[in-house]
Design a protein around this ligand. Structure first.
Ligand code: F3S
Length: 283
């Protein structure tokens, strides 16, 4: 029996970079209190492990109660005013915002300096979009789906700079942009969708097509992991969704030739490896 890990599984570049930043800070600053502004990733095991090393995830209202230290900004990024507030409270800011997200901050900031309005395609309440909004200095508008195009508050003669949340669906994005253009708006489109999610999903689908059994590792509340599970289940009826190795109760018949493994964006490597080793050694 063969056990194969999907080509793109687990942490994306931005999340891996943020995690490495935290560990580097721990190593270099053993005497300084270190915090992350919100949980660094949505994985309870990781948050617990960091806490055991003294790194606490704090909420915004706790800022005023702390006496400084190092504050790490997670890969989603934060609004400009938040960054400034953290600094003004005496913290040293270590920015682990994903460079792809940072690029969006810079581009809307520049658009603002040039007096252009901004449209952001994405989920209004998502922290990444909240962060992007916080770098806009001119009027902005968030489009969640195509029906929002009807209510664009800008004139057709105004210049509009359009960006997207990094995880927005590419097909939907194109559809919305086409529609806005058809309506006669003057937009400057910057496609800021990151292909990490897409790559992970198509690699999982390819592997599930070939596998007799699929294991998807991810947090219960992680929507991208659930999505991977849905994609894999469609291709392989024998698909298991687990958080850690403890959840795995596999019984494999002799006819199983290939077991595939994939993992959501917030699943750390050590959990993936543990599952992989277990399957390889037990079957
Ligand atoms: Fe990850 Fe950065 Fe893309 S956080 S999903 S690599 S935008």
């Amino acid at each position: 029996m063969e056990c194969r890990l999907a080509e793109h599984a687990g942490f994306c570049f931005g999340v891996r970079r943020a995690m490495e930043t935290v560990y580097k800070q721990i190593e270099e600053n053993p005497e300084t209190p270190i915090y992350t502004y919100g949980p660094i990733i949505h994985n309870d095991e990781v948050v617990k492990e960091l806490l055991s090393k003294g790194v606490r995830a704090i909420e915004d209202d706790e800022l005023d109660t702390l006496d400084g230290g190092i504050m790490i900004i997670r890969s989603h990024g934060v609004p400009k005013a938040t960054e400034e507030r953290i600094k003004s409270r005496g913290f040293k800011v270590v920015d682990a915002t994903c460079p792809f997200v940072k690029k969006i901050h810079r581009t809307v900031e520049k658009a603002g300096a040039e007096g252009k309005n901004v449209i952001i395609i994405g989920s209004r309440e998502h922290p990444e979009v909240q962060g992007i909004i916080g770098w806009c200095s001119t009027p902005f508008y968030v489009i969640e789906d195509i029906s929002d195009v009807e209510n664009i508050p800008f004139g057709k003669d105004s210049e509009i700079h359009l960006v997207s949340q990094t995880t927005y669906n590419l097909l939907k994005f194109k559809e919305i942009v086409d529609y806005i253009e058809k309506k006669g708006y003057y937009i400057n489109v910057v496609n800021t969708i990151c292909n990490a999610t897409e790559e992970r999903q198509s690699a999982a689908m390819e592997l599930a097509k070939a596998a007799d059994c699929m294991i998807v590792i991810g947090g219960k509340n992680s929507s991208n992991s659930r999505k991977l599970y849905d994609i894999c289940s469609r291709e392989c009826a024998n698909t298991h969704f687990i958080q850690t190795l403890d959840d795995l109760h596999l019984e494999l018949s002799k006819s199983v030739g290939l077991v595939g493994i994939t993992a959501g964006a917030s699943t750390p490597n050590n959990i993936i490896e543990e599952v992989q080793n277990y399957v390889r050694n037990e079957f």
